[in-house]
Design a protein around this ligand. Structure first.
Ligand SMILES: NC(=O)c1ccc[n+]([C@@H]2O[C@H](COP(=O)([O-])OP(=O)(O)OC[C@H]3O[C@@H](n4cnc5c(N)ncnc54)[C@H](O)[C@@H]3O)[C@@H](O)[C@H]2O)c1
Ligand SMILES: [Zn+2]
Ligand SMILES: [Zn+2]
Length: 314
């Protein structure tokens, strides 16, 4: 497919930090993209040249044992590596390019309705399904819950934006960056806390001293995961969304008695068709995630601009 719009994920920043060791030098990065089909492989029946599509960040052959249960993140198809769903911009060349080859295109691409713009659609490659599936669904958010989202980057904001689909009552956004906290309010955060000294007292004060029902880690740092476990009330859920490249300590001696559930995982993107319908019906404001627009040849400036504060080495 020809890439018309692509974007950078926080995971691309982890790659530059060395947190994703499987990446080979010279790999074209990028697992988010919207574009137009230019050529169709022999086994793809459902798509044709000229179709406007979103690429899922996860491959899905559609018929292996894991795909049949919706666990696309562990698709057993041979492309890239069997058992690893995230291959695009990881184990094979990705979307931060003019053209990309999409394996298992029949299941890994989604046809776009005309009313959905490229900028809206590119948020469905990864961040919206990730925030929803690994944050909200794995975190078992239920009506009336108090949810804390640690890290208000695109993925954290996506969790905030989709926590409303499960009728969360209170959504507390926690970040170091005041601008991102301001953004969080526009996506549905009801409270904001600046991550720093006193964050725990503030979260407790917002929850009658109880802690939250669901804490979602959307940074990818060991201390933030620990923060999520400390934010939870007994009986609560901790949903880790962040990609971790460093050892994370799990304090069983403190946690065992808390009756908490801890979940983690790679996005499956099996919620993408549902989320796409909500975007098409203007029930999910995907367009609000786009803040900076650059030409592809200026992609390194885009990496500099991404507020992950990481600069790729040339
Ligand atoms: N599990 C998955 O399938 C999956 C998919 C996509 C992304 N991810 C991961 O999700 C995470 C978030 O992605 P993103 O694109 O939003 O990244 P990002 O870097 O834009 O966002 C991280 C946010 O965390 C904030 N932050 C940093 N240190 C903090 C601290 N000490 N306390 C509070 N906030 C802090 C930053 O200010 C930023 O707003 C990354 O780790 C990414 O790799 C996971
Ligand atoms: Zn990603
Ligand atoms: Zn499969």
């Amino acid at each position: 497919m020809r890439i018309d719009t692509t974007s950078i994920c926080g995971t691309d920043l982890h790659i530059f930090k060395g947190d994703v060791p499987a990446i080979q030098p010279g790999r074209i990065l990028g697992h988010e993209g919207v574009g137009t089909i230019t050529e169709v492989g022999a086994s793809v029946g459902s798509l044709k040249v000229g179709d406007r599509v979103i690429i899922s960040c996860i491959k899905s052959c559609g018929h292996c044992a894991n795909c049949r249960t919706g666990l696309y993140s562990h698709c057993l198809g041979d492309e890239g590596q069997s058992g690893i769903g995230w291959i695009v911009g990881h184990l094979i060349d990705g979307t931060q390019a003019e053209y990309v080859r999409v394996p298992y295109a029949g299941n890994s691409l989604h046809l776009l309705p005309e009313e959905v713009s490229d900028e809206q659609a590119v948020m469905l490659s990864d961040i919206l399904p990730t925030g929803f599936e690994i944050g909200v669904q794995y975190g078992r958010v239920k009506p009336g819950d108090t949810v804390a989202v640690i890290g208000a980057g695109p993925v954290g904001l996506a969790a905030i934006a989709t926590a409303g689909l499960h009728e969360a009552a209170t959504i507390i956004a926690i970040d170091l960056d005041g601008n991102r906290l301001e953004q969080a309010k526009t996506f549905g955060a009801t409270e904001t806390v600046v991550s720093g000294s006193g964050w725990k007292e503030q979260v407790l004060a917002l929850t009658d001293g109880l802690g939250v029902d669901v804490a979602i880690e959307a940074v990818g740092l060991p201390q933030r995961f620990e923060m999520a476990t400390q934010t939870d009330r007994p009986g609560g859920n901790v949903a880790n969304v962040g990609v971790h490249g460093k050892h994370v300590e799990l304090y069983f001696e403190d946690l065992w008695i808390q009756n908490i559930n801890i979940s983690m995982g790679l996005v499956n993107t099996n919620s993408t068709p549902m989320l796409l319908r909500l975007v098409a019906q203007q029930k999910l404001p995907a367009e609000k995630f786009a803040t900076h627009r650059l030409a592809l040849e200026n992609i390194l400036d885009a990496y500099d601009t991404f507020p992950g504060r990481l600069k790729p080495t040339p």
